[in-house]
Every structure is written in structure tokens, then in C-alpha cells.
Write a protein that binds this ligand. Sequence first.
Ligand code: SF4
Length: 168
Amino acid sequence: MREYTRMQTLAANVPYAAMTLLGAGTIALGFGLSPWALAGAGAYFAYGIAGAFWIMIFVCPYCAYHGTRGCPCGYGTVSARLARKGAHNCFAEKFKRHIPAIVPLWLIPVACGGAALWGSFSWGLAAAVLAFSVNSYVVLPLVSRTHSCSDCPQKDDCPWMGRKAQTA
Ligand code: SF4
């Protein structure tokens, strides 16, 4: 099993962290930096953190890397402190069941930013939506696929990699 250094683990978390920050920024700009906009941005950022813990609690216990340094993003070691190891053959089922809980993270900023641009165009907001989209839809999947998923022993059972393999 390949083990990741702290720097590699940190690097693996950058695109997700960037997504939550860019998403919060897009929401704040989209609603004109009003108190409600800042509250919405804060709620989105909190959702991003909660989403990471959701995966650690409900998906990672069924992963072969649970409790090991083989998890590229470090969730596996945090997960071991939060939840007991589950049956590995349930991984694909748990993945499919719980990934929808975090999918709105990819959609909310684009929906809010797009609606705001439709009502009143601004270059600053357009740049924020573009930066969010490039990071979330291009960089994040690319980093996942090349940095970590390609080494995963359960990639054949993973719905994410399975879908990628079918579309490749
Ligand atoms: S490789 Fe993925 S599913 Fe496995 S422990 Fe790490 S984050 Fe969780």
C-alpha cells in the first residue's frame, strides 16, 4: 500500500478547500455582499465542512484505507477516530447512497452566481463563477483521478471511477 506524506495529503485537500472558499465568495458577491449574502456564504462554507465529515462518517469506514496513511486526503485517519470500520464489500453501496449529500456543493454557487449574473451582469461575479467552475469541474476531478484514485485498490468498485472509465 502506498503511504502519502503530510505535504501530499495537504495538497490533495487544496481543490476541495478552494471549492468551498470560491463557492462562498461567489454566493457573497452574487447577493451584493449584503448581510444575507454573507450569511448564505457562511452557510455554504459550513455545509462544505459538514459534507467532508459526512463522507468521513458514512463512507470512509467502508474503505480499504480506513485508519491508514493510504488515504490520499487524510480522511481515512480522521474517520477512524469518528466511526468504526465497516464491511469493505459495502463500499460501493455506501458511496452511491451518501455522495448525493454533497453534490449540491457543486451546484449552489453556479445557480446563485448564474441567477445574479442574469439579473445584473458584473465582471467580478463572472470571474468568481468561472474560477469556481474551473476548480470544481476540472481541477478537483483531475487531481482526484490522477493524484489518488488511480492508486486505489477499490477503484473497480467505485461508482466515481467506474463512471469515469465508461466515459473515457
Ligand atoms: S480513499 Fe476516499 S473513501 Fe477511502 S478513506 Fe480516503 S477519502 Fe475515504
